[in-house]
Write a protein that binds this ligand. Structure first.
Ligand code: MSP
Length: 687
């Protein structure tokens, strides 16, 4: 046998690296835990598995988010990246490496990739004039002033001297790649990619020079490398590409699975293979795109303000509950809705009443009737067709589960495993071990042993299969079964009949306590508390009906300074000194930004109030403003306004207002919105 054959097969799986402009939510958790389940399973199949995750920390979007938070980009990214990492550790995510794009090892690798692509003749200098969507960090082919075709947000005009990547040279090789490789799944995404490439590929601008938060272009540090080229390279820089030690790169690259959400298919299936081809590096073997987690009918995301934090679910139900729910409930590849009701319902039916109950009743009966030792089922006479049926179903489940999991059909795989749970339950009910235990004759005793052995063996099989999905609970059941460390189990060798007779059980304890209605309320409350508390009601009432409030000059100390001052951020500006003046530092605390109105509508029952959704470049906000008597909602769409972006959120008429717009407040007249004579980019800060 050669050395190669002696070595375990390798398996390299990656998550997307997450942007640090937003704190982690269960959408990010979904991708990460799907990868974790796959990685755990591959390890249990005996493969030398390497699982990578990390954070994407460069680019204009992050730079602006840091500015908005009043932090340096490095401090800001350090903090949010650490939050992701802490969460993954709490979730029991078994990543082998955590890459940050601000790390030196990454920068070195990205610059090496750039040099290699350049030296192979695929990078040239040109000049770019066009529209850029900061939210998607992507150039888009629309006219000035038109919104991004992907996300609908306003685009910014970019006019720069840039480096270009000869993407157009790769249309044919890419189509060839898609035609015979099982590269992109599911099929719908593959078809989308093929259609995109067939419609023609234009060269891609891969550097920016109007901001600095990125990796400098080798030999031309005025430019930073396009954030997607920077980010995609993480999959190889984490393995040491471009460093002195490339042993991991040689061992694990190309990747077996890049797991991504469906919105970033183009970057992974078009740009990434093209960059790799240009660098003459091997291509990934599979790119798997899953759907979105929806909450209240739309994609869960920070900008929509509809996120659910993972920590809330961990605190109340634990990691296994969320892991099971997301993989069981959402059909992989499709969008799926999240709700606390559905989570608790699934938890109770499948985990507390399902697997948890099966484990406790089976193990408790073995403890009671056989002093905690797995009984001997051998007597032929005690064996009926019912045991054969359970064994046959278990064998079928093992092979089907394996097949479905390989195809990323987690939901169906778990459905199969839980059909086995239901079958064992039924088998126990029909064979009434408790009644057998009451009889003292030898046949009943043998039958009891057979029934309990069969149940325990089937339980063992479900537990082993489910381990990659619900690692914590299955590890406990395994110990209760007296079998030691479940992580050491070889799934490839899992067969019916391997439960050693006479195994001494561990202490039997429930693994999934039932959750009642209060669990839902607790989680909802915890999420609610994350949002700022309701302000004092008198103040709310006043703010809800006021015209654009008194001018800034009329700070907490009163005295208005004229007829139409602009700033209405009185609540944020610290109390002025005795002379009524504030310092420049005081002013700097007020974050004024340009925003663009995307949605405007009247608020029922409030004559003066409009509900606006405004775009800030990095996010969309809801703002309530008392300008309904001065502005018809439809006249505001597309208008650029100025808002106080760091005002603590308030509730008015049950709606949250996240910021405040600026308007001149005219004595006895209608408010007049602040604006600009020149065009200004959305998100720009006023200083
Ligand atoms: N930084 C880029 C990826 C670069 S990879 C080289 C990025 N980051 S992101 O923070 O926006 O996260 C993207 C991934 O998070 C999605 O592709 C998806 O895997 C996951 N999700 C974020 N929100 C999600 C949902 N609401 N639902 C499901 N997954 C979601 O794009």
């Amino acid at each position: 046998m050669t050395n190669d054959k002696l070595m375990a097969k390798t398996f390299y799986i990656t998550t997307p690296i997450y942007y640090v402009n937003a704190r982690p939510h269960i959408g990010h958790t979904y991708t990460t835990l799907a990868c974790d389940a796959i990685a755990r399973r591959q390890r249990m199949m005996g493969e030398d598995t390497y699982f990578l995750t990390g954070t994407d920390e460069h680019g204009q979007k992050i730079q602006r988010a840091a500015e908005a938070a009043g932090k340096t980009p490095q401090k800001f990214t350090d903090e949010v990246s650490a939050e992701f990492r802490v969460l993954w550790d709490r979730m029991g995510i078994t990543y082998n490496d955590y890459i940050r794009t601000t790390s030196d090892r990454h920068k070195i690798g990205v610059q090496e990739l750039w040099r290699r692509i350049r030296d192979n003749g695929y990078i040239y200098k040109g000049s770019y004039t066009g529209q850029y969507c900061v939210f998607d960090e992507m150039y888009v082919e629309v006219g000035p002033g038109e919104p991004c075709p992907e996300c609908g947000r306003p685009t910014e005009t970019v006019k720069e001297e840039n480096y270009f990547f000869k993407l157009s040279a790769f249309a044919e090789p890419l189509l060839e790649l898609y035609s015979h490789a099982d590269l992109i799944r599911p099929e719908t995404r593959r078809n989308e990619v093929i259609a995109f490439v067939r419609s023609g590929l234009r060269d891609l601008s891969i550097s920016r020079s109007t901001f600095s938060w990125g990796i400098p272009v080798p030999d031309d540090p005025k430019h930073v490398i396009y954030v997607w080229l920077d980010a995609l390279a993480n999959y190889i820089t984490a393995l040491g590409y471009g460093s002195a030690d490339s042993s991991k790169f040689e061992k694990y690259w190309p990747s077996d699975v890049h797991m991504i959400g469906k919105e970033i298919v183009r970057f992974h299936c078009v740009y990434w293979p093209a960059f790799l081809m240009a660098a003459r590096l091997p291509l990934p073997k599979a790119i798997i795109a899953h759907g979105w987690l929806l909450f209240e009918e739309s994609k869960m995301s920070k900008s929509r303000g509809n996120i659910v934090r993972t920590e809330t679910i961990l605190d109340v139900l634990g990691a296994d509950a969320l892991r099971y729910f997301l993989l069981r409930e959402v059909v992989f590849g499709h969008d799926g809705s999240f709700s606390f009701d559905a989570l608790v319902q699934r938890y109770n039916s499948d985990l507390a009443n399902g697997l948890g109950n099966l484990a406790s009743r089976t193990l408790a009966m073995i403890t009671r009737y056989f002093k905690g030792e797995v009984p001997y089922p051998s007597q032929k006479a005690a064996h009926t067709g019912a045991e054969d049926l359970v064994a046959a179903l278990a064998k079928h489940t093992i092979s089907e589960f394996h097949e479905l999991f390989q195809q990323y059909q987690f939901s169906r795989a778990l459905e199969m495993a839980w059909a086995l749970v239901a079958a064992i339950d039924k088998y126990i009910v029909e064979n009434e071990p408790w009644a057998l235990a009451e009889k003292q004759d030898e046949h009943s005793r043998a039958r009891l042993a057979t029934v309990l052995y069969t149940s325990a063996e089937a339980l063992r099989i479900v537990t082993a299969l489910a381990h990659p999905v619900i690692p914590e609970a299955t590890a406990k059941i395994w110990t209760q079964l007296g079998l030691g460390d479940i992580a050491k189990v070889s799934l490839a060798d899992l067969r019916w009949g391997q439960l050693p007779l006479g195994t001494k059980l561990g202490k039997v304890e429930p693994v999934f306590p039932r959750a009642d209605k209060s669990a839902i309320e607790r989680m909802q409350k915890m999420e609610e508390q994350q949002r700022p508390a309701e302000p004092d009601t008198t103040e709310v009432a006043q703010r809800a009906t006021e015209a654009p409030p008194a001018a800034a000059g009329a700070g907490p100390n009163g005295a208005s300074q004229g007829s139409a001052p602009l700033n209405k951020a009185a609540g944020v500006v610290p109390v002025a000194g005795a002379d009524g003046k504030i310092t420049i530092d005081d002013f700097a605390k007020v974050e004024l930004r340009v925003a663009q109105v995307k949605v405007a509508e009247r608020v029922k029952g409030a004559d003066k109030l409009l509900r606006l959704e405004v775009d800030l470049g990095t996010e969309t906000r809801q703002i309530l403003a008392g300008i309904a008597e001065a502005y018809a909602p439809e006249t505001l769409i597309g208008r650029k306004i100025v808002i106080v972006a760091n005002l603590a959120p308030r509730k008015m008429r049950g709606l949250e207002s996240n910021g405040m717009l600026l308007a001149a407040s005219l004595e006895g007249g209608k408010p007049v919105l602040a604006g600009f004579l020149e065009d200004v980019p959305v998100g720009a800060r006023l200083k």
